[in-house]
Design a protein around this ligand. Structure first.
Ligand code: G1P
Length: 292
């Protein structure tokens, strides 16, 4: 029997990063606003959260990142002009929010993902909450967070999304020590951030989606620096294993690592090829380019 659980109403988006891997594109534009075809990365992440029933979006931002908040505001001049010209404004629908449902906090100093999440503690309060890393573009039906919420309704506790990578690639990620597996759910026995390949407990990596209990904020409070000299979310989660249920959900869908340039190009191509309005044209273009 499944017990009633507190619904997941809030999602935290850590978006304070400097985006140095995409310079000079990201000198004046937040990397989260770089578009895959015509939707910025942050829009994909927010849409995924909404599809999962999440209402409040909490952005942990930093200096130079205010354009992200503008993106989800009402653009009065734009809308007035579009409406005068009789243009369809449905395209702006996903950028609209109930007043109060877009919330921002600032992370003043880039001390790591764990620290970024901790910056949202007062807004998260005493509720379980989701975390979405917009760099990881997850494409699926339903989306990754919706799959996780479904799993959460079954098992509760803490959940992370995982996927399998070739072993030699795991050192750039959080890696789980897997226990028993049942369907898409795997028990998490341990977690380690960016281990050397030979010490990695598996090839299942943490892929940027989390549902966590609010106690993680208390754990983060006393968190020491971990891998890369940063305060790591993975380390705080590892300390909660054994105290609360902890499961991994293997995402049924595709993942694009948009934190890397090649992953970004792959996502652009893949999504453009699938679009009814341009797929055929892009395919013909790609074939022409490959034939050269
Ligand atoms: C972060 C997390 C890591 C996770 C990764 C997914 O690392 O710390 O556990 O596997 O995101 O992209 P970062 O990419 O910020 O170094």
């Amino acid at each position: 029997m499944t017990s009633p659980r507190k619904p997941i109403r809030k999602a935290v988006f850590p978006v304070a990063g400097l985006g140095t891997r995409f310079l000079p594109a990201t000198k004046a534009i937040p990397k989260e606003l770089l578009p895959i075809v015509d939707r910025p990365l942050i829009q994909y992440a927010v849409d995924e959260a909404r599809e999962a029933g999440i209402e409040q979006m909490i952005f942990v931002t930093g200096r130079g990142k205010t354009a992200i908040v503008e993106h989800f505001d009402v653009a009065y001049e734009l809308e007035a002009t579009m409406s005068e010209r009789g243009k369809d404004m449905a395209i702006l629908e996903p950028t609209r929010f109930t007043p109060g449902d877009i919330i921002t906090v600032r992370q003043q100093v880039p001390l790591g993902l764990g620290h970024a999440i901790w910056c949202a503690r007062a807004i998260v309060g005493d509720e379980p909450f989701a975390i979405i890393l917009p760099d990881e573009l997850m494409v699926g039906t339903p989306g990754c967070m919706a799959q996780m919420v479904e799993a959460y309704n079954e098992v509760g506790g803490n959940l992370i999304s995982v996927l399998e990578l070739p072993r030699e690639e795991v050192s750039s990620y959080g890696v789980i020590d897997p226990g028993e597996t049942r369907g898409a759910l795997t028990e998490v026995r341990g977690l380690v951030e960016k281990p050397p390949v030979e010490l990695a407990p598996s090839n299942k990596i943490v892929s940027g989606r989390y549902i966590l209990q609010p106690e993680v904020m208390r754990t983060l409070e006393n968190q020491e620096k971990g891998a890369g000299g940063e305060i790591q979310l993975t380390d705080a989660m590892a300390r909660m294993i054994g105290q609360q249920p902890f499961h991994a959900v293997t995402f049924n869908g595709r993942r694009f690592d948009c934190g890397s340039k090649t992953g970004f190009v792959e996502a652009t191509l893949a999504l453009a090829l699938e679009r009814p309005d341009m797929g055929a044209e892009v395919r013909a273009m790609a074939e022409r380019l490959l034939a050269r």
